[in-house]
Ligand binder design. Structure first.
Ligand SMILES: O=C(O)[C@@H](CO)OP(=O)(O)O
Length: 345
């Protein structure tokens, strides 16, 4: 049985929790409430043993102790400076999550998983539009999956950012790769944003469904079975990962590598995938395994959280760069935007 959704024109973020409040309920890209009929059942039989696509890539790590907090940005925020000139860490940071834009296999309605497929022209446009929406929000470090569709999305989005820092992919897959991609200017480094690719943020590995057409698979195995493979929490598709298995590596990576960045005062963007992000949102919003079933993410719509005092506060999707409400979220964001305006004028 399908969940009944109250979709927006472009709904990005659907959850059946009724106690979630959003800064943006009306514009495109806002999240909405989904009503899930009681007893929406999941067949608990194990269909196949999943095998993770882990280990094919080496993850890069940006250490929290390297350069501290967004205040290392030449744009100095008044709230982050004290009189002696030394810097205090910001106590609220932005976390932007973005699912990649439409891929060539999204367009063809094929199960994609860990197959490394690029964006369509529409996906490119979505990524650029997403970039416009977050163009006034600070970004100090970007995490992407190891897959090109997420990396393209992050890079294209950053072409729109008003701060004009250069996103640079960190190559730490070997000692040589690390050495050969060194930057020897501190000034140039300051004008860069590290982009950390991590296989742990990859799409859920779809096993033997990868490359199959979703409609044809539903016709063959039945709609209910395919919905169970696609949206149940703990039932993997044949030889693939369940959402639970995907969450084990994606959420562990988030806790070990991304949270320390936020805690150190950095503003973070994550460009990843429908299911790796669903598992991270499950953690951020403390959704239950029943609640996450109805969480759907659209391609190329950024979602903003504020990380404050160890808590994640969901702020919905910034609808447009000119939307004043976005910057009223926090003093840090308002100040950052003001500084950007001053730089331009
Ligand atoms: O094919 C996939 O990899 C995913 C995301 O596009 O599909 P689904 O929506 O079924 O999880």
């Amino acid at each position: 049985m399908a969940a009944t959704s109250l979709h927006h024109a472009i709904g990005s973020f659907h959850s059946h929790r009724s106690n979630i409040s959003s800064g943006f309920q009306n514009g495109i890209g806002s999240f909405s409430v989904t009503i899930v009929p009681k007893g929406f059942g999941i067949d608990s039989r194990l269909i196949g043993r999943g095998s993770s696509c882990s280990g094919r890539w080496t993850s890069g790590v940006v250490h929290a102790s390297s350069s501290q907090s967004s205040v290392s940005d030449p744009i100095q925020l008044p709230s982050n400076s004290n009189t002696s000139g030394s810097r205090k860490k910001s106590n609220e940071t932005a976390l932007i999550l973005i699912r990649h834009g439409e891929s060539l296999w999204n367009e063809k309605n094929l199960f994609t998983g860990c197959v490394d497929v690029p964006l369509t022209q529409k996906g490119v446009d979505e990524a650029i539009e997403a970039g416009k929406r977050i163009s006034n929000i600070p970004v100090d470090v970007i995490f992407t999956s190891a897959l090109i569709r997420a990396q393209m999305t992050a890079m294209l989005a950053m072409t729109q950012h008003r701060r004009k820092k250069v996103p640079i992919i960190k190559h730490e897959e070997s000692k040589q790769a690390t050495e050969w991609s060194q930057v020897y200017s501190e000034e140039t480094e300051k004008q860069s944003i590290p982009v950390v690719p991590a296989w742990q943020l990859n799409e859920r590995m779809y096993g033997e469904l990868q490359g199959l057409n979703k409609q044809e698979t539903a016709d063959k195995f039945g709609k209910e079975k395919v919905h169970e493979w696609r949206r149940s929490y703990d039932i993997p598709p044949p030889n693939g990962e369940s959402l639970e298995m995907c969450a084990e590596r994606a959420v562990a990576y988030f806790k070990e590598q991304i949270e320390p960045q936020l805690l150190s005062g950095k503003h973070v963007m994550i460009a990843a995938h429908g299911n790796s992000l669903r598992s991270i949102i499950m953690y951020l919003d403390k959704l239950t395994s029943q609640e996450v079933i109805s969480l759907e993410l659209s391609t190329g719509i950024p979602m903003l959280y504020i990380f404050k005092e160890g808590k994640f506060i969901r702020r919905g999707s910034p609808p447009a760069p000119s939307e004043p409400g976005v910057y009223a979220y926090t003093r840090t964001l308002a100040n950052y935007r003001q500084k950007l305006d001053e730089m331009v004028n």
